[in-house]
Write a protein that binds this ligand. Structure first.
Ligand code: F6R
Length: 612
């Protein structure tokens, strides 16, 4: 949520900032702005809307400054407009700040500063924050880094900030708590960003700033201290990220690219971990803890959104294959409901971004009560990957489209591999079933590729239903979470109201909604609840609902009942969500495109939800 970039070096900063902001636009697109030092002046340019609006606004300028900061905003305090856009000046306009996060005690600080005579130009907590730093700097006569450090001991909340001062024009001060920050190391230059995507084309050496660390960055030096001014080691990491992975590569949208990439991203996720021929399944992350997970009395899974849906599928798989009870919790509920967690309990945290604030807080809560926390995360080096005790990366590559697609299938792949490993160790599945499932899993990329061939059919169906006001998605068993995921995908990018339900629950309420205008998507592949879902389809048909059914290739029964069918290859029912979700991703994509919606940047959403 909110993207921040900074540059200090010998090159003109402006083009680097703009390019970086475009790479980070998936994190927020309410407004964009930059601050630069140009011929000894600290100038700010900012505009409501996307980075392209900022570019238009500044096109007559030729900026030469070699230090600057930039921000793309997802609004929290104050409506999205030019005034509330970042960067913000301090009251005396000698400092500028960009900020990702929320300062919770900004109200009290604002009152205190107003009583001292400060006035504010915006409605943001960020302007209060920089004015607070200005006040500390002046009243205690401190340099910039010391003023920032003192201020950070007094603010409550989450932040990733970068600050510059016209009086100290050769340094940037960056700090974080609860919001991500990466520093790229160049030759006589440094790049700062919310994640590595704006940095990767310049350098592959980065330092991830930790919570409550402050970086003092000049052209020649990076110094890190904590809020008590104790020097900290800057651990250098090598980025394993290719530029092509963060570009559209000829696709109209990142979302479509990421949907189409899934045969590869799933294969990447299994690479070096699964060898069905030899019956091998090795996940570095669980090697040491396999015994502990095998003996678990219960596993709790916390996540949000699509990752929570992956958690639901995992619940079915773990209970089915490993016979371990699983509870799947929304991280935002778990953290505030005084959950029962005992020393040694096991918690899985699932997150694509690795930065989701609620999931992070749930992890901290579980850790504080002595639980062992295992992360299933996509973004390498992200906060969740660093605060969990152990974990397994998805290796799905960067996901940039706001609607999560390839991360979902990679999450299912990793969770299935873990479940299989544990089930085999625990002896809750036979060796032959284990072997069979390994082969089926290894074949999933090919089946996903086949499922992607439904694209044309799905596009035709999309054209017929693009103006629908509501959609119902129904599934049973392993396909129930897929129904939830299909509905979420549709509503978030096409803004059509959609609900996912267990198919049998329909008659306890939602059936009242069904008439000839209600499209009902059934995920009705051949599995242990096939006969039951066939009855549910009949119930909808007899009320004149329009049935779109995702079925297993070769099904002859459902096509006779449904208005439209989409065939996907068959696989074991525990693996079916990996295949059956594909047409639903395509359906939401095509409907959104046909409705003229901005697929990669849906309204009000941001890719990484770093506020609670
Ligand atoms: C939906 C979507 C969101 C995320 C949710 C959790 O397409 O992208 O629902 O799944 O915000 O995000 P992560 O997985 O990054 O923790």
């Amino acid at each position: 949520m909110c993207g921040i970039v900074g540059y200090i070096g010998h090159k003109p900063a402006f083009p680097i900032l703009i390019k970086g902001l475009k790479r980070l636009e998936y994190r927020g697109y309410d407004s964009a702005g930059v601050a630069l030092i140009e011929s000894s002046d600290l100038d700010i340019f900012k505009k409501k809307g996307k980075v392209s609006e900022l570019e238009k606004f500044t096109e007559t300028n030729s900026f030469k400054g070699t230090i600057g900061i930039g921000h793309t905003r997802w609004a929290t305090h104050g409506e999205p407009n030019d005034r509330n856009a970042h960067p913000h000046y301090s009251h005396d306009q000698k400092l500028a700040i960009i900020h990702n996060g929320i300062i919770e005690n900004y109200g009290a600080l604002k009152t205190e500063l107003t009583e001292k005579g400060y006035e504010f130009r915006s409605d943001t907590d960020t302007e209060v924050f920089i004015t607070f730093i200005e006040d500390i700097k002046k009243s205690l006569d401190l340099n910039l880094e010391d003023a920032v450090r003192v201020a950070l001991t007094k603010v409550v909340g989450a932040y990733a900030i970068v600050i510059m001062s016209v009086e100290e024009p050769d340094k940037l001060i960056a700090a974080r708590k609860g919001s991500p920050m990466v520093i790229g190391l160049g030759q006589g230059e440094y790049y700062i960003a919310s994640d590595a995507t704006p940095i990767v084309e310049y350098t592959n050496e980065v330092v991830y700033l930790n919570d409550e660390q402050i970086a003092i960055i000049s052209r020649e030096n990076l110094e890190i201290v904590d809020t008590k001014d104790v020097p900290q080691e800057a651990e250098i990491h090598k980025l394993d990220l290719k530029l092509e992975a963060i570009e559209k590569s000829g696709y109209d949208h990142f979302m479509l690219k990421e949907i189409m990439e899934q045969p590869n991203s799933i294969a990447d996720c299994m690479r070096g971990r699964l060898n069905a021929n030899e019956g091998l399944l090795t996940l570095g992350g669980i090697r040491e803890y396999a015994e502990m997970i095998t003996n678990a009395k219960k596993i709790t899974i916390v996540a949000c959104g699509t990752s929570w849906h992956a958690g639901l599928v995992a619940e079915y798989i773990f209970e089915d294959l490993c016979r371990i009870p699983v509870e799947v919790e929304y991280a935002s509920e778990f953290r505030y409901r005084n959950p029962i967690i005992n020393e040694g309990d096991i918690l899985f945290a699932i997150s694509q971004s690795g930065e989701t604030a609620d999931t992070l807080a749930a992890i901290e809560l579980a850790k504080s009560k002595g639980a062992f926390v295992f992360g299933v995360v996509n973004t390498v080096g992200s906060s969740i990957s660093r605060v969990t005790h152990e974990g397994a990366y998805l290796h799905a590559g960067p996901e940039i489209g706001v609607a999560s697609t390839k991360a979902f299938t990679a999450q299912l792949t990793v969770l299935t591999m873990i479940a299989l490993r544990i089930a085999s160790k625990k002896g809750t599945i036979s060796d032959s079933k284990y072997r069979e499932l390994l082969v089926d899993l290894e074949n999933i990329p090919g089946k996903v590729a086949k499922a992607l061939e439904t694209d044309k059919t799905v596009r035709e169906i999309s054209a017929l239903f693009k103006d629908a006001k509501n959609f119902l998605y129904l599934g049973r068993g392993y396909n129930f979470p897929v129904a939830l995921e299909g509905a979420l995908k549709l509503k978030e990018i096409s803004y059509i109201h959609a609900e996912g339900y267990p198919a049998a629950e329909m008659k306890h309420g939602p059936i009242a909604l069904i008439d000839e205008n209600m499209p009902v998507v059934f995920i009705a592949t051949r599995d242990s609840s096939y006969d039951k879902i066939v009855s549910n389809i009949q119930e909808v048909k007899s009320r004149k609902g329009k049935v779109i059914a995702v079925v297993t290739e070769g099904d002859v029964l459902i096509p006779k009942m449904a208005d439209f069918t989409i065939e996907v290859p068959s696989t074991h029912e525990a693996l079916m969500p990996l295949v059956s979700v594909i047409p639903l991703q395509l359906l939401s994509y095509h409907i959104a495109v046909m409705r003229g919606a901005n697929v990669d940047q849906p309204r009000n959403l941001a890719k990484s939800v770093t506020v609670e």
